[in-house]
Write a protein that binds this ligand. Sequence first.
Ligand code: LRH
Ligand code: MN
Ligand code: MN
Length: 429
Amino acid sequence: MRIGRDVIEASNAKLRADHEADYAALGERLARRGVSIDAVTRQVAGFSVAVPSWGVGTGGTRFARFPGPGEPRGIFEKLDDCAAIHDLGRATPTVSLHFPWDRADPADLRAKAAELGLGFDAMNSNTFQDHPDDPRQPLSYRFGSLSHADAAVRAQAVAHNIETMELGEAIGSKALTVWIGDGSNFPGQSDLGRAFDRYLGAMKEVVAGLPDGWRVFCEHKMYEPAFYSTVMADWGTNYMTAVELGDRAFCLVDLGHHAPNVNIEQIVSRLIHARKLGGFHFNDSKYGDDDLDAGSIDPFRLFLVFNELVEAGGRLDALGPSYMIDQSHNVTDPIESLIRSADEIRRAYAQALLVDREALRGHQDANDALMASETLKAGFRSDVGPILARARLDAGGAIDPVAAYRASGYRARVAAERPAARATGGGIV
Ligand code: LRH
Ligand code: MN
Ligand code: MN
């Protein structure tokens, strides 16, 4: 445990009486509706989300990085920080790695994760920037990777994805997430159709290299770094890709990768219908791919996504999507931000669980638009804080994880241990 039990217990002791009263009060309110608060708490406790290794570094924008005190200097220190997040919040038992940013001996990664009680979620490959230090990737991705006009660059990008899977297999991961920055800045720069064909051809080679029991998640993004067209631009392209690549290919929805105001929850619903929803990168945004803390700008949208997930019920269980956070920015302690994001994600889930679905269906079928809307919003308006706190508490976490984190002095401790902080990974996308 990176955060001492004594610190968590001391913090909880101060808050416990109030928490018990709040939980009992909410339990009573829910019982009046025939809802068991303990059952909801159990469901929330069963929901976990992976943290991104690149999220624990002090992020940046594409303009600058501002490393903070104690910034992890490599993957092992990043894992320490991920463990601290899980010690407090008990919602993030897995980490999603990014290669080659997190390159290390798989045996060491396994040992470190075992020591910290963490597991690994989907592996992310990286062919969206050049890797001058990687002897296996001498060719430039400036004009693309898996869709590059030059077959040699495509082959290099395929080989990198295969290597990423090999490393992943050695550490117990079960999925590969592929996001490419390929696209064009100017109409005419690249042939939209031929670029997509080349991408599909390369991805078929990646799929052929999937280890047994693995899935591949393709991640779409409307723009950036390409500003006119992106090869894997939207959920339609993603769905076509997943169909063409076959049974083990699925679509990953990063909440920040759509045009402003796009109805993301409807995309989620469609992908569930098509049995092609592979997973999420949760974050929030106001303008573009801002990678802000989940639920920090538009918690209602996050709730609406979870409303679709809860509504899907068994159809979702059959898909077993991967839930991951993808965030990285400049102005907060990333440990605090990731704790907060995990909490907001669980909040959206708990609120969606509290929607009276029978009543909602009744109003929908009776075309009572106002009452349908009110019924849905009643879930969103519910203060589920006591449920989230109880799920953490029961699992050995903190009632108020940010307060306990601040009391722990963890940041000051690692700042002393990691004097020569040098940022690695992230900050450019
Ligand atoms: C691209 C992206 C993708 C990358 C991550 C660092 O914008 O969302 O998931 O792997 O950022
Ligand atoms: Mn992402
Ligand atoms: Mn992104």
